[in-house]
Design a protein around this ligand. Sequence first.
Ligand code: ZN
Length: 838
Amino acid sequence: MSRLGHLEQAYQITQWYPKPAVYDRDGWHAFPYLDIGEFYSEYGSFEVSITVPENYVVGATGELQSQEQLNELIELAETTAAIPSFNTSDKAFPTSATTTKTLVYKESNIHDFAWFADKRFHVLKGEVQLPNSGRTVHTWAYFPNHNAELWQDAIEYLNDAVYYYSLWYGDYPYTNCSAVHAPGSRGGMEYPNITIIGNNSTPMALETVIMHEVGHNWFYGILGSNERDHPWMDEGLNTFSEMRYFNTKYPDNKLYPFQLKKESQAEFLGIEEHPYPYIHQMLYRVQARRNLDLPITSCSEDLVGTNYSAIAYSKTGLSFYYLKVYLGEDTFNSIMQQYFETWKFKHPTPTDLQKLFEDHVDEDLSWFFDDLLRTDKKLEYKISKARRDKILIKNKGQLQSPVLVNQHRGDSTLQSTWVQGFEGKQWVILDLDIDADRVSIFGYTYPDLEPDNNSARLNGLARTMESLRIQPFGAIEDPNRTTLNLLPAIGWNYHNGVMLGGYLYNDILPLNGFEYSLMPMYSLGSNEFAGLGELRHNFLVQNSIISRISPFIRARQFSYDESPGSYYQKLNPGVIVRFKRKVNSLPVDNEIQLDYIHATDMSAHMDDERSYVRLHVRQTNREIVSPHQIELMAEMSDGYTKASIDLSYKHTYIYKNSLDIRFFAGAFLNRSSATPSLFNFYSGGTAGLNDYTYDGLYLGRALDPTSELFVSNQFTRDEGGFVTFNPLANSEEYLVSLNVSSSLPIAKNIPIQFYVNAALLGERGLSTEILRDEEPYLYEAGVKLQVIRNLLEFYFPLFASEELQDYLEATTDTYLQQVRFTFNIDRLNMHDLARELK
Ligand SMILES: [Zn+2]
């Protein structure tokens, strides 16, 4: 459940009573339930009575009214503090008491009330003195055994969060601040005075979630902005405070302990040096470098998928950090404290916050409020030349915002100065007195696009070049180095035998301008070179209906069959044009792909080469419940032009159960009589033998699909999408086909589906006497086992129309020969996976 409820006998009671919509300056705010974006509610005074069985421990918003019940909690806290080690595997619920108790809570100036009850709760209690008023706030942690080892330190995290937020923004106005662990819930969720925290695996992760959720008492709780309309006002300012908290409390903080337990694991991934804020730069860049980012001021509904965290949280957090460093800590704090004083227990909007900044700062802040906040313009300055006394900075982005220039010696930063924003290029004079040996712009807390051109040495050769690092399993960009990732590669297919080589690629995340992935191998079976590779460049386009243009070149070479010296080669230059999304709230992507394919196959019996031009127009809707895709294709080669439409639609009718429908129609627009039947439309999709453009990787490309070797049963379920193989069921005219598959209600956890296929074929490609009498219709049905969806799937035919059945009986001896499988190993391309991240 996205907003809690209960897990067995543990209760998380939130959003549990009817709330009136807020009426403010903009009128009524009624809105539907959405998975993302918190609620917008009115302030009030609450008195809540909760009656539960006697042995439930309750954590709630507000102040517990009974001193006796409060003493019981304090006693429980003393007991918990004395426990030397927790039995984390004991998750059992004690039996509920038959008698009940009633707890009464009161609080004012809050806009929500939440409560949590669990019979297994341990309790810890602490207190913190507020920095401005000196008042004491009581902090409470409630947790069952599950993560109790981590929760022993929860009071420290609560105290520090309350302290720092009070220091920076204004004193916490309530008496109690609590955090509750609800095993099974996700992440964390904020309510006035109390926050609920999900499972965590490291101390740093728990500290991050606790301090973040406690921080929402300020941004969302006390400053009641509308999160549906302006998610950045609470999530973004809170993320900013999160980076501030770590940089203040732990000046040498690192990112990896957030999820990893050991430094060696971080070294393996090449991320051991990055400080905590790097996660937010990464998240922003993952979206911005694909040109999928939206303005910070977007509403929750528009920020689908990764954009919600990348924009509402990360980009906002980084942008406010930028503003804070630019204005200086004191100016920034005093404005934020004014914001707190002016707008506490009210509903501030973005213009209210902007007005406070503009009233208190003499300079023009339009680069921040107009551009960084309200557009997707990219911040991207580059150091293009470095001399002893000056550096040349080039603005490659669209944002003319101030540039922070840092001068370093060794690991220490000697001086940081601001240069006003500019267009084009500008020389910046360095301070020679401080004797720096390196210069950099910005750092880890800024939303800039490309970090790899932000640093230069002030002596030696190739000053703007980064050092190189070879990494066994890198995936994440290192802003200070050029990483070359190298893995051993091992491959196998029937014709090449075992292949050994390497897999060489550049960082996967975020998307790079230039990308390469190369897998050269040596085939031990055929004693030849084999392998594949791709080079690609992604150009982002700003202010256009086009989002990015990606020219690429792909090549591959493998043995064609078993005869010595036989191989095929494919060279495929092309370009993909991706368009901007029209409606931000819908994850619909449109793209056009143009390919030129030159295929050569040097087999003993054939010595052929051929070129093809292919155009794809693709629309992909990645929504969760009913994703669908439309693909139009046209292909031209010597002697023919053919075109097709391929529609696929997945309808999820129960969680994880779906009806998958695919429609295909293809026809030749022209075709000379000499065109071989190889180019026809096949009802049974593509196997190694008719993959004339060498798009797939087949384990036994040249094997007869009816052979007894199981690897010969691999196919790609395109064109007609039939499972039953029949080389005669192809058409030189047209093919129309419908593939339907559905989960079976009987087997919930076994990934099997029932499938039915039907096709209509035009003029057959092979005109034998027998075929002339055949019906143009084909149909079949069977069961499909999805081992990995769209990657490894097995198909078991159950029945088929007469022609297919006759062919099967004539060509196969065992049922196993009729079972076919898909193994789309080329779908495992890591760059592709990163490109298509939701
Ligand atoms: Zn949050």
